[in-house]
Design a protein around this ligand. Structure first.
Ligand code: PSU
Ligand code: MN
Length: 306
């Protein structure tokens, strides 16, 4: 059931979609550019297992040899993890060229949403989304993820946004573009490593069923965009705000001093923060992805039950 000649839907994913069973999309930039090897591969495989245990079929998304893939084999995940940053970080503007060249691409939130929507997958779990960067008033660095949320009908479940971004401006941008920002069990935007940011989200919803209902209404209204669900990191894995914010400030200052820009900025900051915190940030990062995968599977199941 290929809806696009460049798209390969893995048989298990295609079977689940055809039977009206829940499927959760997962991204691959987090594998190739977001975490070091081998934790990236271990995490990606564990996230798939968690999606299964929670009642849905995982579809990790990537571009492999010029094919858009919805659903990867364990070997393909291992390959993307080992190649790491040698794999192109693929945003919307990269897709056509990568396909034409027969190249590989690690999909960001943007391209994972695009390919999920093509395949008919409605729920996507990740760690953090891109946003408006600090200093964007001069650099104009606004992640394409925000545009995609405005245009593509996929629910993205994340742990909020890291303060490598300007959280206030990110929320303003999403408001302008009509993207609902939901707090799962909270009215406060979680800040990825920590449960609090000092910023308020639009709505608080408390169950997977409530999330599913809201998103299904949005789909029925025919609105083109997605929905951003922000799920706070579990208390036991959240970091000390002073420690993490100091690490982030240091990383942002170093990126600026080194003139890092464009698609390199986010991976540079993530790697730096991990180094500065001696790996603690990576442990938190892994746990919050697991937590989001669980919620996404339950929400996808609730959506199928409507
Ligand atoms: N934020 C994270 N971890 C990540 C990313 C963002 O905390 O792995 C990745 C995601 O794939 C996201 C992308 O879509 O970085 C955004 O990149 P940019 O800021 O260049 O748009
Ligand atoms: Mn950018």
């Amino acid at each position: 059931m290929n809806v696009n000649r460049y798209l390969d839907i893995a048989p298990e994913v295609a079977g689940a979609l055809a039977a009206g069973k829940p499927v959760v999309a997962l991204e691959s930039t987090i594998i190739s550019h977001g975490m070091p090897y081998p934790q990236n591969v271990e995490t990606a495989l564990k996230v798939e297992a968690i999606v299964r245990e929670s009642g849905a079929v995982p579809a990790t998304i990537a571009v492999i040899k010029g094919r858009l893939k919805a659903g990867l084999s364990a070997e393909e995940i291992e390959y993307l993890g080992k190649e790491g940053t040698k794999v192109n970080k693929a945003s919307r503007r990269d897709l056509a060229v990568l396909i034409a060249k027969g190249a590989d691409g690690a999909t960001t939130v943007t391209t994972t949403m695009i390919i999920a929507a093509m395949a008919g997958i409605r729920v996507f779990a990740t760690g953090g989304v891109g946003g408006v960067h600090r200093g964007a008033e001069t650099t104009m660095d606004v992640s394409a993820d925000l545009e995609e949320l405005a245009h593509t009908p996929v629910m993205v479940i994340c742990a909020g946004a890291k303060s490598i971004l300007d959280l206030g401006l990110t929320l303003e941008y999403l408001e302008t573009h009509g993207v609902p920002v939901i707090g799962y069990g909270t009215k406060e935007l979680p800040a990825f490593y920590t449960r609090k940011s000092g910023f308020q989200v639009d709505y608080r919803l408390d169950t997977p069923e409530e999330l599913a209902k809201a998103f299904s209404v949005q789909l029925e209204l025919g609105f083109p965009g997605g929905m951003l669900v922000t799920n706070p990191i579990p208390e036991e894995y959240s970091m000390d705000p002073d420690v993490i914010n100091k690490a982030i400030d240091e990383a942002v200052a170093e990126a600026k001093a080194k003139g890092i820009h464009g698609k390199e900025t986010t991976p540079f900051l993530l790697a730096k923060i991990k180094d500065i915190t001696g790996g603690d940030s990576l442990d938190s990062n892994i746990q919050l992805v697991f937590n989001n995968a669980r919620l996404a599977a339950k929400t996808a199941a609730a959506l199928c039950a409507l």
